[in-house]
Design a protein around this ligand. Structure first.
Ligand SMILES: NC(=O)c1ccc[n+]([C@@H]2O[C@H](COP(=O)([O-])OP(=O)(O)OC[C@H]3O[C@@H](n4cnc5c(N)ncnc54)[C@H](O)[C@@H]3O)[C@@H](O)[C@H]2O)c1
Length: 250
């Protein structure tokens, strides 16, 4: 970015998590100013740099998305990128899933992303900006004990395609990254996981399902997000970019 170009501004939800932090640091390195939103107070620890403005807020609460976009306008005067990254995991057999489980995951993973996209569109049209949604291998293929989580990620795949088609004429690009298993605290933070009798065996099984022979790093996912947001991806919209070490190629 040269001095004559305005600073680009990103809104990243789930910014205090593994993929969120990796994305924030890569966007900062490329000169973006950032509204870093997360429900966790850990988001305050990202704010030492004056170009990173922390917002501790719940994506699923009415008004959060409006507040976040208003903060971007107030602090930086524009918005170029929305990264819908906040998410919850749930591993449970379908018959044990409650209506509350369904409502909580849909509210955070789907409604949160939808409301942030809706509230960002006018600002993104003004900058010819873009949206990157965090989907998952679980939004593309079936996985045992992930019915509700998979449904939320499938919804994000379709949200991506829908917004891409509907808003292309305004110069807004909308894409998603679909990661395989990533080495973050995501599974450990799961709201209601099945008790795992042998975590080491589960990890080995997960690794063996990825043809590259390992799970992914948060940095690898962040690189894909930054690429989709960049001018190098100017011809790409409505794409679900798998970053899964070959998981869905089998
Ligand atoms: N880690 C994986 O294996 C994996 C695989 C595929 C997709 N993903 C997706 O990537 C995204 C990021 O995951 P991660 O691995 O960095 O997980 P993570 O748990 O490290 O980060 C998620 C962040 O979202 C925040 N968050 C949760 N609920 C929120 C809410 N209601 N409002 C605001 N923030 C909220 C959490 O506080 C956390 O900081 C998620 O959408 C997840 O579904 C992760």
């Amino acid at each position: 970015m040269t001095d004559s170009q305005p600073v680009r501004v990103a809104l990243v939800t789930g910014a205090a998590g593994g993929i969120g932090q990796a994305t924030v640091s890569r966007l900062r390195a490329r000169g973006y100013a950032i509204i870093a939103e997360d429900v966790s107070p850990r988001v305050e620890e990202l704010g030492a740099d004056e170009a990173i403005v922390p917002l501790q807020a719940d994506v699923s609460v009415a008004g959060t998305a409006q507040r976040a976009v208003a903060l971007a306008q107030e602090r930086f005067g524009r918005l170029d990128l929305l990264v819908n990254n906040a998410g919850l995991f749930l591993r449970k057999p379908t018959e044990e899933c409650t209506d509350e489980d369904f409502d909580v995951l849909m509210a955070v993973n789907v409604r949160g992303a939808f409301s942030h996209a809706r509230e960002s569109l006018a600002a993104l049209a003004a900058t010819k900006g873009s949206i990157v949604n965090l989907a998952s291998i679980s939004g593309l293929v079936g996985q045992p004990n992930q019915t509700i989580y998979s449904m939320t990620k499938g919804a994000l795949v379709q949200l991506t395609r829908q917004l891409a088609v509907e808003h292309a004429h305004r110069g807004i690009r909308v894409n998603a990254v679909a990661p395989g298993a990533v080495d973050t605290d995501f599974i450990a933070r799961a709201r209601d996981a099945v008790a795992d009798p042998d975590p080491a065996a589960s990890r080995a099984r997960s690794i063996s399902n990825h043809p590259i022979g390992r799970i992914l790093t948060a940095g690898e996912i962040a690189e894909a997000i930054v690429f989709l947001a960049s001018d190098a991806a100017s011809g790409i919209t409505g794409t679900i970019l798998s970053v899964d070490g070959g998981f869905t190629a089998r």
